[in-house]
Write a protein that binds this ligand. Structure first.
Ligand code: ADP
Length: 290
């Protein structure tokens, strides 16, 4: 047996000789986690510098668009303090089930969904959690949820560069990318640059930038009014030498569908938004397998 006090670096994967019981348990746990991560081909963090730019809306509709292409998709909501995925997916008030000590994700339109909301008795309860508690919850969502084999796990992060995206980046193993969502205004773009720097510092490759709320198409005359200017996302992408994935117009139906829990991609498959997503997902579909 290795003398743990002298040589154990607490990284069980680096040690094969230790027979300490807690160490071997930790090794088995880590092996299970690595096996679980290996079953998920691509993990995609959906990030934004600011709240309210449509990050969750994008995450939901990306997940559904990929599922419509026949891909196996999971959607993990790590927005611990303001989860909106359950409402948008029509799962408000739903609870996760458990089987054999594993968490069974809820499923909508072939997308497996997990959010902290599914574990609250009352969905209006406020979670007052500090960093380590949030990290523990995110770890459980990655480790203990029965995701099964997935082509994509979309991870909807809270806005900014705080604990949650950092925890995901530190915990997750294997092929991981980010998609950054912005609106066209310069104030949003300034915050998005921080998200881009965050990804660069963590070595997280960015698939590209999506510009949401890009121009309002009048439902009566089809005239486009650029309420928030246009081109902020594209300029940002050009400056950061990142792909620009596409723009999604402002459409009151998008908010209506989100509130009703009936995602736009399904309810209005011929909408400009649905068409935009058909193009936006192409780089994701083209991601090489590890
Ligand atoms: P975030 O996750 O960045 O905080 P959400 O996805 O929750 O933003 O979107 C904020 C609000 O804006 C929601 O009510 C959503 O329905 C609405 N919304 C998002 N994108 C659009 C859009 N393109 N057109 C109209 N409303 C939108």
């Amino acid at each position: 047996m290795t003398d743990k006090s002298q040589s154990c670096d607490q990284k069980c994967s680096s040690c094969s000789s230790c027979s300490d019981h807690s160490c071997s348990e930790a090794r088995a746990k880590e092996a299970r986690f690595l096996a679980q991560m290996a079953k998920i081909k691509h993990k995609i963090l959906v990030l934004s510098g600011k709240g309210g730019v449509g990050k969750s809306t994008v995450a939901v509709n990306l997940a559904l668009s990929l599922a419509l292409e026949g891909r196996r998709v999971g959607l993990l909501d790590v927005d611990i303090h303001g989860p909106s995925i359950p409402t948008m997916m029509g799962l408000k008030g739903a609870h996760a089930a458990f089987a054999n000590d594993r968490i069974i994700p809820l499923e909508v339109a072939n997308v497996k969904v997990i959010s902290v909301d599914f574990f609250l008795e009352n969905t209006d309860d406020a979670l007052i959690w500090r960093g380590p508690m949030k990290q523990g919850a995110i770890q459980q969502f990655l480790e203990d949820v029965e995701w099964g084999e997935l082509d994509y796990l979309l991870i909807d992060c809270p806005p900014g560069t705080g604990d949650e995206p950092l925890s995901v980046c530190q915990l997750i193993k294997g092929d991981t990318h980010a998609i950054v969502v912005t609106t066209p205004q310069e104030v949003a773009a300034a915050d998005v640059r921080k998200s881009i720097n965050f990804c660069e510092q963590l070595g997280l490759p960015i698939v590209g930038i999506i510009e949401n709320m890009s121009g309002f198409v009048c439902p009566h005359c089809n005239k486009v009014t650029n309420i928030f200017k246009q081109g902020g996302g594209e300029n940002l992408a050009a400056k950061a030498k990142l792909p620009f994935l596409g723009r999604i117009p402002i459409d009151p139906l998008i908010a209506e569908c989100s509130d009703a829990g009936s995602p736009m991609i399904h309810k209005h498959p011929d909408s400009a938004m649905a068409k935009a997503f058909a193009d936006i997902i192409q780089p994701l579909l083209a991601l090489p397998e590890e």
